[in-house]
Design a protein around this ligand. Sequence first.
Ligand code: 1GP
Length: 249
Amino acid sequence: MKVFPYLKDIAVKKGAGYLLLVDPDKIEGEKLAEFSDICRDAGVDAFLIGGSLLTKGDLSETIEIIKSRTNIPAIIFPGGVEQLSPLADAVLYISLISGRNAEQIFGKHVLAAPIIKQMGIEPISCGYMLIESGKTTTAEYISGSRPIPRDKPEIALSTALAAEYIGMKSVYLEAGSGAENSVPAEMIQLVSSQVNIPVIVGGGITTANEAREKVESGASFIVTGNYFEEPENWGKIKDFAEAVHFKNN
Ligand code: 1GP
């Protein structure tokens, strides 16, 4: 099965899906192998691999290690055209629709499209929306895009609807990695109740309860990254997965 239908199936069956973000700059080698095993046993539904800024990590090597330990889909979450690999199962084909930087909305996509075609990776189009979260995030700074004010859910809704009408397959409400404040419940509720495509929510989620609240607000997928960069937190991955998979409980 292709990755996107697999993910949509999970959201229906389990209530929502749990995606774990792996930044190749932050984890590698044996440590990554151990982390992959824990994610597999905890019930993580897919890996997102990449980052707004990659300085030293090796994307292909990261995917290779993950795939040697699990059957969980490896989806590239690209910070740029250079973050592509034929080893991935899919690529989140993100268009930064909250900003007005044409390169991030469609320019880089033109450069990436023939590479994706040639590599044979499944593209999953995604309207990516930065949501203001307290301080400047790496995604905001690197992309040169202003986030949507967190107290303006109607702007988020209008933007998400535009993405759906254009034909994008998903939208991502992104507070940014390590955000001070995660995406507000009111915004998730409004967007999820009005659009007919999956709503992915991530950025600044640090407890299983918070993940559950986002799902109860209507998120189809929850993404966490930063919190599990600390090995001492790895024991909680299962709690997060169970909180997200509310239909399994
Ligand atoms: C960032 O939404 C993801 O792109 C995850 O954010 O690292 O804060 O969990 P965190």
